[in-house]
Design a protein around this ligand. Structure first.
Ligand code: AMP
Length: 397
């Protein structure tokens, strides 16, 4: 079956067409600047050159139409429309309602709408993507795959904040966690690479990209993760603060005479390694280059980042009563041996050692732990689209 995977943002739409038999990517691409001037679709059919088309895209319906046109046109299309057997949608927030992927029907759409106040920027965009696909491909089954679902196994002691319990009961204020599709995919893949049943393993997955989170996966179930009610909690990220004292918000508002919205924007978009490096960059390639040239701004930011990752690894080792393997994934985790090395230097308390040669790896599955390491360290490239396609196939085959 050919499965179309859709990841809809407020002004963008990423897509991949995946063959569920071979798991090969038949075509992948991106619609950018939807609803804004200068919108374009950029896509690459497998084995062919990248194609860019500048086209007005007033809304997501038009974007989906262009995706279908790109996939099916006579000149460089890759399928007939009737061959697309199902669509898998990445949905950011499933609240407590969704503990696994589900076939989309009106009831599911309503439930996604109901939790939209927990992800006001993302869930409405995801729903627009669902409606647009319904319109352009009526009758094709669709599946919702939630970023939060994998973390729903967290015990209450891990997901509750120290707030009055009534705020959880009334408003659902609790820790949900994100990047769940990635944490799930990487932990399962790590068990396969280790040649062990996941039920016998204690794993820590470090998803280190522009957004970053760590999860503790014990016996195949997530028991804790670093993101919370929103993706702002936890690690220091590209531009997000991660954990801070909530009193900082009021403090900055008074000092800068600013609003809650201003400070929320600051915490999400201007902080993290970007803010810590005095606005040098949020991109670890730039920070690594500058760090190696002795730049103090880059060193401050990267050191705070690697310290926070190591601190979470330590606390999750305590939460699980040990750790068998630590996995690195996403843009930084897969590609930056430098950053991985700095994190692992901080893990000597676990008896972790790094094989410097192996740690040069980029974007490939590889053990990077030394022969004498007491804990396995490994790079496992994530593949959220494939995970979404697999769930979609399982529910629609
Ligand atoms: P992601 O959010 O998973 O797409 O990760 C994007 C981030 O990965 C970029 O902002 C970079 O900081 C980082 N990244 C990608 N490639 C490299 C690389 N070769 N070396 C260091 N960092 C990288």
């Amino acid at each position: 079956m050919k499965i179309l995977v859709i990841n809809c943002g407020s002004s963008s739409l990423k897509f991949q067409l995946i063959d569920s038999d071979t798991e090969a990517v038949i075509c992948k691409g991106l619609c950018e600047r939807i609803g804004i001037d200068g919108s374009q679709i950029v896509y690459t059919p497998a084995g062919k050159d990248k194609i860019t088309k500048v086209e007005p895209m007033p809304d997501h319906n038009k974007a989906i139409e262009l995706v279908i046109e790109a996939l099916t046109n006579a000149e460089n299309g890759v399928v007939e429309l009737s061959e697309i057997g199902a669509v898998g949608h990445r949905i950011v927030h499933g609240g407590e309602k969704f503990t696994k992927s589900v076939v989309i029907n009106e009831e599911v759409i309503k439930a996604i709408e109901e939790v939209s106040d927990l992800a006001p920027l993302h869930n409405p965009a995801n729903l627009i993507g669902i409606r647009a696909c319904e319109k352009v491909m009526p009758g094709v089954p669709m599946v919702a795959v939630f970023d939060t679902a994998f973390h729903q196994t967290m015990p209450q002691e891990a997901y509750l904040y120290g707030l009055p319990y009534s705020y959880y009961e009334k408003y659902g204020i609790r820790r949900y966690g994100f990047h769940g599709t990635s944490h799930s995919y990487v932990s399962k893949r790590a068990a396969q690479i280790l040649g062990k049943d996941i039920k016998d393993l204690k794993l820590i997955v470090c998803h280190l990209g522009n957004g970053a989170s760590v999860s503790a996966v014990k016996e195949g179930k997530c028991i804790d993760t670093s993101m919370g009610l929103t993706p702002l909690e936890g690690l220091i990220m590209g531009t997000r603060t991660g954990d801070i004292d909530p009193s900082v918000v009021e403090f900055i508002m008074k000092k800068e005479n600013s609003t809650v919205a201003d400070v929320t924007n600051l915490l999400n978009k201007k902080s993290g390694v970007f803010g810590l490096s005095n606005d040098l960059s949020s991109d670890f390639r730039d920070l690594e280059d500058a760090y190696l040239k002795g730049d103090e701004n880059a060193k401050r930011a990267v050191d705070a980042f690697t310290y926070r990752v190591a601190k979470y690894i330590g606390s999750y080792t305590a939460a699980m009563g040990g750790v068998d393997a630590i996995c690195f994934t996403a843009g930084v985790g897969e590609n930056s041996g430098f950053t991985r090395g700095l994190i692992c230097e901080r893990l000597s308390f676990l008896g972790a050692t790094v094989d410097a040669e192996a740690n040069k790896v980029r974007g490939e599955e590889k053990f990077i732990s030394g022969a004498d390491s007491k804990v396995k360290l490994l790079v496992v490239p994530t593949n959220e689209e494939l995970a979404i396609a697999r769930d979609t196939f399982e529910l629609c085959k």
